[in-house]
Write a protein that binds this ligand. Structure first.
Ligand SMILES: Cc1cc2nc3c(=O)[nH]c(=O)nc-3n(C[C@H](O)[C@H](O)[C@H](O)COP(=O)(O)O)c2cc1C
Length: 142
């Protein structure tokens, strides 16, 4: 059964767009090798990443990601086996939505800053399935 892990973190201040792009390109290559799929959201300086794969591969990757100086304040708030991968076709999809969009995806009312949105998602893990569905819809949109 695939394993899914979701965490949030804050980008290190001053992280340049070019560094982010390079990190994403390297990640996609490595993820293909290790059979990792998922999505990375970059929202107003915060990351929200969904990683899927074999349990040991996901946990091994998460250890490396936690040590990465390009971000800090890593908070893992979901780790679970799932029936199937949601992001099977993406070695690492990337979206840079507004906090309001993420709130809409998670069907949260009234949260407008990314801090508030993440706090709501973290304390309401029941919002995660609908958020995943809405992220997939956004990725599928032309
Ligand atoms: C927000 C963020 C997301 C990342 N996502 C991935 C990823 O999906 N796959 C990956 O191989 N590395 C990812 N990385 C990079 C890893 O932290 C790490 O640099 C990379 O796996 C190489 O491992 P190493 O530094 O131990 O050699 C990410 C880094 C950051 C800051």
């Amino acid at each position: 059964m695939p394993f899914r892990l979701i965490y949030s973190s804050e980008a290190t201040p001053g992280l340049a767009a070019a560094e982010l792009e390079e990190m994403l390109a390297e990640s996609r290559i490595r993820n293909q090798v290790y059979g990792i799929t998922g999505v990375l959201l970059f929202v107003e300086g915060a990351f929200l990443q969904i990683l899927e794969g074999e349990r040991d591969d996901v946990l091994g990757l998460m250890e490396r990601i936690e040590r990465d100086p390009r971000h800090r304040g890593v908070k893992v708030f979901y780790e679970q086996e799932v029936d199937e991968r949601a992001f099977a076709s993406w070695s690492m999809a990337y979206l840079s939505p507004s906090a309001e969009e993420v709130a809409k995806w998670a069907e949260l009312e009234g949260a407008t800053t990314i801090g508030a949105v993440l706090a709501s998602i973290e304390s309401n893990p029941g919002r995660l399935p609908v958020m995943v569905v809405n992220i997939l819809k956004t990725l599928a949109a032309p």
